[in-house]
Design a protein around this ligand. Structure first.
Ligand code: DGJ
Length: 746
């Protein structure tokens, strides 16, 4: 039975409501739902932008209120086939819910994106309610005007008005389902572990269920990342083929499921991981889920990346329109061995190589318990004056003297049981009731309970104290090196212990919001034992992330490649480090390490005083060359050209400026042996009619490339490409088995 109780949207240029078919569109994509009163909200279409004719004729061959295409199935009322987005234990114990459409509207929105940027779009709101129990839900779909991204999320409200027995328990709370028609659909996503984050996995979608999840509690991107890319026309291809990209903007435990049942569809669903997280919703209270960002493109996997990168640069990352500083971070250079003279020397050295910022990493703090290694002092954010007698003032003085900016490392959400903080506030840590805390790094690390507002104030005060006292601090590296190893809050009531995972992430976001309100300008890096916080839940408060503690040139190519599926180069901190590499003990050439680091946000992670003059000169050249092309790499469009996962000893990618006047081409040989044959890499994204001049950057060869200084049309470079010699022509005693090129096309 259809009712016509609808509020149909006023005609808006990019939103058309025809009968009950509702289209929401971006510049190049359309999403269509069918919304009928007292029926389930149903999926009809997500793909390239529909013409009015096609939208009008769009139909499907089903006509059943228990359709597989219900985008918001709730558990308990005929959801045998679909996974449920929503599951509720009602106050009387009933486990069934059925969410039916009440109304919808489409409005224009002009508001602030999470990173503070002004954004404009159209918002479809679908109001749903259960017709037996007093619970309602709203589905939101936000289509951006200028990027091909649609975000969706939900609000679930307990509408009960009774005085007693009015709390309902949410046991599942996913975002609306996106059905994807079965064909030869493949899924690409990143898997990893500490020091091996962002490893690309590509597999065909078969019958059954693919679950990607995280339960770390604090660092949700160290292992599997939640971002998934669907290639709808068979094996993933970079430049062509229909693809959907989906990313859950959340920093806590998540669960992504791709369910394939006997119907014609795969069902993509993402949201907060409900494991041990049932949520008690009081009367009048609303539970809001994190957003899932979606894109569709006909331009293959690279098209998905470009959409996400544009959206990230405009609406997700802080200061994404500003060039990033080239920095030296002290960690791999001195680890905990911080002292005034050493920091001064490192500042001097990075300045002499052309760097712009020095960041002092772990080891600078602790009074009663000095931070000598990793087993004490987190929480005691006072300068260790035995190491730094002149304090932060002295460091800022030296930074000024050396002509670089100064940044500092903190790990604010953590404590050690060996700390003055823990002695004063043992009740501030996460631990199971009645049990001793389970201890992490160094045998003493614990996580602070950010569900507690007093703890939120403390965590905010760490940044606030530093930045209010020392406004010259230009950069903060915000680290987090422990999972939630215990389940228990000393703040939350016993009845709400299951709120812990969710409440901690709400707490972190509240702290981040306070910091950004007061300190909009400071640059902040999200680090979590390396790449543990590569997600769009936290990134709106940060400028960039540390990709991994593994800085080995070769493995970084693979990690940065996988990471680039959803995250842009401007956000990827990529540092030149020493050899043998501290994580894998491989010895790559310095030229190779520079060329890999130059494909992201370039920095250094090394003790310069251990470098030879020749090594320093090479880094000086890399930094100077990087400055010439920094805007192209940081703001340009990425084209992945030859995958390091292809297994044929080569990787290549390039960035092209928006106006296509300049490009930077990266070429890396991954393996060396005699009688080796590598393909010529064809470039992409150039203007075919434009003439480009070749200029090799960071050159070490005694003689220029044959193509150096020559001119080629974009058409030639894209149809044929440039031949790269397999080896560098250098003195015999400098020969090695690493080979890489950076080519500037201008
Ligand atoms: C883990 C980070 O990933 C490293 O870069 C470094 O900051 C250490 N923590 C310091 O303890």
């Amino acid at each position: 039975m259809k009712k016509t109780l609808f509020f149909v949207a006023a005609a808006l240029s990019s939103v058309v409501a025809i009968a009950e078919k509702v289209e929401l569109s971006t510049q190049h994509t359309s999403l269509v739902l069918e919304l009928n009163a007292n029926r389930h909200p149903e999926f009809r279409y997500y793909g390239s932008k529909l013409s009015a004719t096609d939208l009008k004729s769009l139909d499907w061959n089903g006509d059943d209120n228990w359709s597989h295409l219900n985008v918001y199935p709730a558990y308990g009322a005929n959801v045998m086939q679909n996974e449920a987005c929503l599951a509720i234990r009602h106050a009387d114990g009933n486990l069934s819910t059925d969410m039916l459409v009440q109304s919808f509207d489409v409005t224009s929105v002009s508001d602030k994106a999470p990173n503070g940027a002004d954004r404009h779009g159209k918002l479809l709101t679908v109001a749903l309610a259960d017709n037996v129990y007093p619970v309602s839900a709203k589905l939101f779909y936000l289509a951006y005007d200028d990027v091909d991204i649609i975000e969706c999320w939900t609000e679930i409200t307990n509408q009960d008005t009774k005085k007693k027995n009015n709390v309902i328990t949410l046991t599942q709370f996913y975002n609306p389902i996106l059905p994807i028609h079965r064909d030869n659909v493949w899924v690409s996503h990143c898997h990893g572990s500490w020091a091996s984050e962002g490893q690309l996995t590509e597999e065909p979608l078969n019958n059954g269920q693919l679950i990607i999840k995280n339960k770390d509690g604090m660092r949700n991107a160290t292992s599997d990342r939640n971002d998934v890319l669907f290639s709808l026309d068979g094996r993933p291809q970079e430049g062509h083929g229909a693809c959907i990209g989906a990313s859950l903007c959340y920093s806590g435990n998540y669960r992504v499921s791709i369910d394939t049942d006997e119907s014609d569809y795969h069902y993509y669903m993402s949201g907060i991981n409900p494991d041990n997280s049932e949520y008690h919703l009081k009367k009048g209270e609303t539970f809001t889920t994190p957003h899932t960002a979606l894109t569709f493109t006909e331009n293959g996997t690279n098209g998905v990346s470009q959409s996400f990168h544009r959206w990230a640069r405009k609406y997700q990352l802080r200061h994404a329109d500003q060039e990033r500083m080239i920095l030296l971070n002290s960690w791999e250079g001195v680890y905990f061995d911080i002292n005034q003279q050493g920091m001064d020397q490192m500042m001097h050295d990075i300045a002499s190589m052309g760097g712009e910022l020095f960041v002092m990493d772990d080891g600078w703090f602790g009074d009663k318990y000095p931070r000598a290694v990793d087993n004490s002092s987190l929480g005691d954010w006072v300068v260790d004056t035995r190491k730094l007698p002149d304090g932060i003032e002295g460091l800022l003085r030296d930074a000024k003297k050396n002509g670089v900016k100064f940044g500092i490392w903190i790990e604010p959400e953590m404590a050690n049981t060996v700390s003055e903080l823990y002695e004063a506030h043992p009740d501030w840590i996460v631990k199971a009731p009645q049990r001793d805390p389970v201890l992490g790094r160094g045998g003493t690390q614990v996580v602070l309970d950010l569900s507690n507002p007093a703890v939120q104030d403390f965590v905010f005060s760490i940044t606030d104290n530093l930045l209010s006292k020392y406004p010259e601090i230009a950069y903060i590296k915000w680290d987090a090196n422990a999972p939630l190893m215990n389940h228990g809050s000393q703040y939350l009531p016993m009845a709400d212990q299951s709120h812990l995972f969710i409440a901690i992430h709400e707490g972190i976001i509240k702290v981040c919001q306070r910091i950004r309100e007061k300190y909009p300008d400071v640059v902040i890096q999200a680090c979590a034992s390396g790449g543990g916080r590569v997600n769009y839940g936290l990134l709106p408060y940060f400028d960039e992330f540390w990709v991994s503690d593994n800085t080995d040139g070769l493995q970084r190519i693979r990690m940065q490649w996988g990471t680039s599926y959803f995250y842009p180069a401007i956000a990827m901190a990529s540092h030149i480090s020493a050899v043998p590499n501290h994580a894998v003990f491989r010895t790559t050439s310095l030229k190779y390490r520079c060329d890999v680091a130059m494909s992201g946000r370039l920095g250094m992670e090394i003790q310069p005083k251990n470098m030879t003059d020749a090594e320093k000169a090479l880094c000086r050249q890399a930094i100077s060359d990087y400055k010439k092309v920094r805007p192209v790499i940081q703001f340009g469009d990425l084209y992945r050209l030859h995958s390091p996962y292809a297994g044929d000893d080569l990787a290549s990618l390039m960035y092209v400026s928006e106006d296509k006047k300049q490009a930077v081409f990266f070429w890396y040989k991954l393996e060396t042996y005699k009688n080796q044959h590598l393909p010529i890499v064809k470039m992409q994204g150039l203007d075919p009619d434009r003439v480009y001049t070749v200029c090799e950057l960071n050159r070490i060869d005694n003689k220029p490339l044959d193509c150096e200084g020559k001119q080629y049309t974009g058409a030639y470079l894209m149809q044929h490409g440039l031949e790269m010699p397999y080896r560098h022509i250098v003195e015999y005693n400098q020969q090695n088995d690493w080979s890489s090129r950076v080519i500037w096309l201008k």
